[in-house]
Design a protein around this ligand. Structure first.
Ligand SMILES: Cc1cc2nc3c(=O)[nH]c(=O)nc-3n(C[C@H](O)[C@H](O)[C@H](O)COP(=O)(O)OP(=O)(O)OC[C@H]3O[C@@H](n4cnc5c(N)ncnc54)[C@H](O)[C@@H]3O)c2cc1C
Length: 299
């Protein structure tokens, strides 16, 4: 029991390492993109070559970095919040928050550290050739980020933990309670009449429907004793639940603070659609994975 307490704290701390590297890489890339001049940009009113931050493709990279970083941070904070509530809660409420912390711990560790790598890699890209040169620090961040998906339980093991131990919590109902809570955020966006959210509510509904379907599919596989097929979908499932939850957290941010709406909408209309492909990998991918995997085995 003591070992698991230590491990869970360590997982959250390593998740925060992913967030920290991602935040540093994002700040560094935005600063560089405002200095570096290349090409012409119609939106640039100045003379000569435009700072690369004016190019939409560079903006796409920077906004992706910012959105993924904020999502990883919000998932990690939600996990920390649940841990605190579990510590002070009693009875049913305490048990609910304990389950919530258990559900979110593999997300906080694995999604945040994957984001650390993804965002640090985008940071190298924004720096162009300079990203590959040590003096910018962009490559060093990428290298620093790369260890975090490995230690404190590899991210593959976190995904297996999520599917095999966390989806069954509360007789399989805890995760559905969580998904229902996330759905209330989509409803709140729809009824808020606040401008600027674009298609956020509809796209969030769709992502949460993908999550619901994939969750029920995996729970049925586990109930039917088909653990291997469920494990084949564990890693795409972890990213699916993280992106869907992250979309809801960004929307909550937008509801509380209008300066956050533009990023929320960017995420909902540019990145959240990935949940559809992830759901298909979870539901349709296992058979071909196991079939093709046989060719790898020589031991
Ligand atoms: C820089 C550094 C610092 C470290 N610090 C510490 C420390 O302070 N304390 C400590 O205790 N450890 C530490 N470690 C060890 C670290 O926790 C392990 O490297 C990590 O848990 C992975 O174990 P492994 O290296 O044996 O890889 P393996 O377990 O051999 O994993 C190799 C691959 O196989 C996959 N895999 C393994 N088993 C399964 C399975 N059952 N199902 C599906 N996939 C599987 C993994 O996901 C991974 O992709 C550190 C490692 C590094 C690199």
């Amino acid at each position: 029991a003591c070992m698991f307490t230590m491990m869970n704290n360590a997982r959250l701390a390593v998740g925060m390492q992913g967030v920290a590297v991602a935040e540093t890489a994002t700040q560094k890339a935005i600063a560089y993109a405002n200095e570096r001049r290349q090409g012409k940009a119609s939106a640039y009113a100045g003379s000569g070559m435009a700072p690369i931050v004016h190019h939409p493709d560079v903006q796409r990279n920077l906004l992706t970095m910012r959105a993924l970083t904020q999502i990883a941070r919000s998932i990690s904070y939600s996990c920390a919040h649940a841990l605190d509530r579990a510590r002070v809660g009693e009875g049913e409420a305490g048990a609910k928050w304990h389950d919530r912390a258990s559900l979110l711990t593999p997300l906080a560790k694995a999604f945040s550290t994957d984001v650390g790598v993804e965002v640090a890699s985008l940071g190298v890209q924004v720096h162009g050739g300079m990203g590959f040169i040590e003096e910018t620090g962009a490559a060093a961040l990428y290298r620093d980020a790369r260890i975090a998906p490995i230690y404190e339980g590899t991210n593959g093991i976190q995904a297996i933990d999520l599917v095999s131990r966390k989806l069954p919590l509360g007789g399989g109902e805890h995760v559905h309670g969580y998904i229902s809570e996330l759905k209330t955020v989509a409803d709140a966006v729809r009824t808020s009449n606040i401008e600027g959210f674009g298609r956020t509510a509809d796209n969030l509904d769709r992502a949460l429907a993908d999550l619901d379907e994939a969750t029920r599919f995996l729970q049925k596989l586990l109930a039917d004793g088909k653990a291997d097929a469920a494990m084949a979908g564990a890693t795409p499932y972890l990213r699916l639940i993280s992106l869907a939850a992250g979309g809801a957290y960004l929307a909550q941010g937008g509801l509380a603070d209008r300066s956050r709406i533009a990023l929320c909408r960017f995420f909902a209309e540019n990145l959240l659609g990935e949940t559809r492909a992830l759901k298909e990998r979870v539901i349709d991918g296992a058979e071909s994975l196991v079939a093709a995997g046989k060719a790898l085995i020589s031991a």
